[in-house]
Design a protein around this ligand. Structure first.
Ligand SMILES: CC(C)(COP(=O)(O)OP(=O)(O)OC[C@H]1O[C@@H](n2cnc3c(N)ncnc32)[C@H](O)[C@@H]1OP(=O)(O)O)[C@@H](O)C(=O)NCCC(=O)NCCS
Length: 112
C-alpha cells in the first residue's frame, strides 16, 4: 500500500469526461461520466489497487458530486460505488435522479 503525506487533489478533466484524484501529482483514481442534458451520468469509478481502501474513492466522489451541485447539474448513479456513496450521503438526494432504462440505453450508445 502506498503511503503519502500529501493531500490528495481532485480535478475535473472535461476533455476526458472524468474527475481524477491526484496523490503526489499522480493519478490514483478516476470517476467517469457522460453528460445527458442537465444530468451528469456517473458510470465507472476506479482507484488503483496500490491506493485501495484509504478512502480515496470516497474523497473523489464527494468532490465530484459537490462539483455537480456547483455546476447546477443533476446526478445519475449508474456506477455502483457512486450509488452506494449516495445511500450514505442523503445531502445529495435533492439533485439525484433514478437510473432508468432510457438513460442506460443512452449511455450504452455513448460508450459504444
Ligand atoms: C470501488 C473502488 C473505486 C473503491 O475505491 P477505494 O478508494 O478503495 O474506496 P474507499 O476506501 O473510499 O471505500 C471503500 C468502500 O468501497 C466499497 N466497494 C468496493 N468495491 C465496490 C463496488 N464495486 N461497488 C460498491 N462499493 C464498493 C468497499 O466495500 C468499501 O466499503 P465500506 O466503506 O463499507 O467498507 C475500488 O475498490 C476499485 O477501483 N474497484 C475496482 C473497480 C470497481 O469495481 N468500481 C466500482 C464499480 S464501477
Amino acid at each position: 500500500m502506498s503511503q503519502s503525506s500529501a493531500t490528495p487533489v481532485v480535478e475535473r478533466v472535461d476533455a476526458e469526461n472524468l474527475y481524477e484524484i491526484l496523490v503526489d501529482g499522480r493519478r490514483a483514481g478516476v470517476t467517469a461520466y457522460r453528460d445527458h442534458g442537465e444530468q451528469r451520468v456517473f458510470f465507472h469509478t476506479e482507484v488503483d489497487t496500490a491506493y485501495a481502501g484509504q478512502g480515496l474513492g470516497a474523497q473523489l466522489v464527494q468532490h465530484a458530486l459537490d462539483d455537480v451541485r456547483a455546476s447546477g447539474k443533476r446526478i445519475v448513479p449508474v456506477c455502483p460505488y457512486v450509488a452506494k456513496f449516495l445511500k450514505r450521503h442523503d445531502e445529495f438526494a435533492d439533485i439525484t435522479d433514478q437510473v432508468t432504462p432510457d438513460v442506460l440505453r443512452w449511455l450504452e450508445s455513448q460508450l459504444g
